[in-house]
Ligand binder design. Structure first.
Ligand code: NAD
Ligand code: TYD
Length: 337
């Protein structure tokens, strides 16, 4: 099978490429990535020489390049996106361009190439927010109600993917997944930001009251869910994917990281809240469990500890990132430090 992965140089995409070539060594992967600030070929060092892997530096908005890349492809797994909520608040336009227009260009190219499956990787953030202290969870039937330019652009892309299935018969599947964590996550997202800040002797910036809740999933569990959907998922269907956590808020996540790194809570700094901040996410993953037999395997505490260890052992990976152009973003977002 020939798989075209978009955004394979980013966090989840790279973990997926590494996972797939281990699990399915007979398959061919072509990784299409524009290498924005979030794309890093260092993430894929161990497969660079693999004859079943190739890389194309291209923008998913480039129709000509996408049509060419799509030739002979059986399956598309579409990760490429602008993915950080705070950046979407600073500069929404590129989120619409990549996440909405880019997805539409890919859908056209996939139709033209007659691909057997277009799998779209989406987020639970399209559903909006849940109240604190409730047992409500998002499921495949939750109405869309996005609040940030990021989640609105992802919602737009989800609607387009379904529209291409209904209108043109494109064989699609979608996963809406909760917050991932693990190796190679860009240190703008809260878990790697907190870990690397503490290692550098800086504080962990916590937005607002810190009582915001995310549903955490170790990245390999997400890769396994996509694998199962590709193998056994029903064409046209959406599957919600989430973790094992029972409502852990950001303050608790920060405290766990500090404990693992042997630091006290004076390393927490409350900062200005994010506008439109979603209070709580939680996922009901019953459908993918009942229909495909998937459930998360990695518990939060153990894999948070392993993730901290990874960032401790791989400082070469993030130190370069944190001293480059990312520094300008950090200063704009959190003030001069
Ligand atoms: P990321 O920001 O780490 O990586 C995105 C990748 O896409 C980068 O390699 C970047 O270079 C590439 N890219 C961006 N614009 C592009 C363009 N125009 N053309 C080609 N490549 C482009 O993101 P991530 O966290 O790995 O997320 C991957 C996907 O999973 C996204 O679609 C995101 O919405 C979704 N998702 C993420 C999470 C999460 O917790 N990170 C959770 C659920 C869903
Ligand atoms: P983030 O990692 O940006 O993911 P998302 O917004 O897509 O869920 O943020 C996770 C949570 O952590 C969210 O509630 C916002 C909060 N947060 C902070 O408190 N401080 C920070 O510096 C960042 C980046 C996020």
């Amino acid at each position: 099978m020939k798989i075209l992965v978009t955004g394979g140089a980013g966090f989840i995409g790279a973990n997926f490429v590494l996972y797939w070539l281990k699990q399915h060594p007979e398959d061919f992967i072509i990784n299409v990535d524009k290498l924005t600030y979030a794309g890093n070929l260092e993430n894929l060092k161990e497969v660079q020489q693999n004859p079943n892997y190739s890389f194309l530096k291209a923008d998913i908005c480039n129709r000509e390049q996408m049509e060419k890349a799509m030739q002979g492809v059986d399956t598309v797994v579409h990760f490429a996106a602008e993915s950080h909520v705070d950046r979407s608040i600073m500069n929404p336009e590129e989120f619409v361009v990549t996440n909405v227009v880019g997805t539409q260009v890919l859908l056209d190219a996939a139709l033209k190439a007659n691909v057997k499956r277009f799998h779209h990787v989406s987020t639970d953030e399209v559903f909006g927010a849940l109240p604190l202290n409730s047992s409500e969870k998002f499921s495949e039937n939750t109405p869309y109600n996005p609040h940030s330019p990021y989640s609105a652009s992802k919602a737009g892309s989800d609607h387009l993917v379904r529209a291409y299935a209904d209108t043109y018969g494109l064989p699609i599947t979608i996963t809406n997944c909760s917050n991932n964590f693990g190796p190679y996550q860009f240190p703008e997202k809260i878990i790697p930001l907190a870990i690397t800040n503490v290692i550098e002797g800086k504080k962990i910036p916590i937005y607002g009251d810190g009582l915001y809740v995310r549903d955490w999933l170790y990245v390999e569990d997400h890769c396994r869910a996509i694998d199962l959907v590709l193998q056994k998922g029903k064409i046209g269907e959406t599957y919600c994917v989430g973790g094992l956590t029972e409502d852990i808020n950001n303050l608790e996540v920060a405290k766990k990281i500090l404990k693992i790194l042997g630091k006290d809570e004076s390393s927490i700094e409350f900062v200005k809240d994010r506008p439109g901040h979603d209070r709580r996410y939680a996922i009901n993953w019953t459908k993918i469990k009942t229909e495909l037999g998937w459930q998360p395997q990695y518990d939060f505490d153990t894999w948070l500890e392993k993730t901290v260890a990874w960032y401790k052992e791989n400082q070469w990976w993030w130190k370069d990132i944190k001293s480059g152009t990312y520094k300008e973003y950090y200063e704009k977002q959190y003030g001069q430090k």
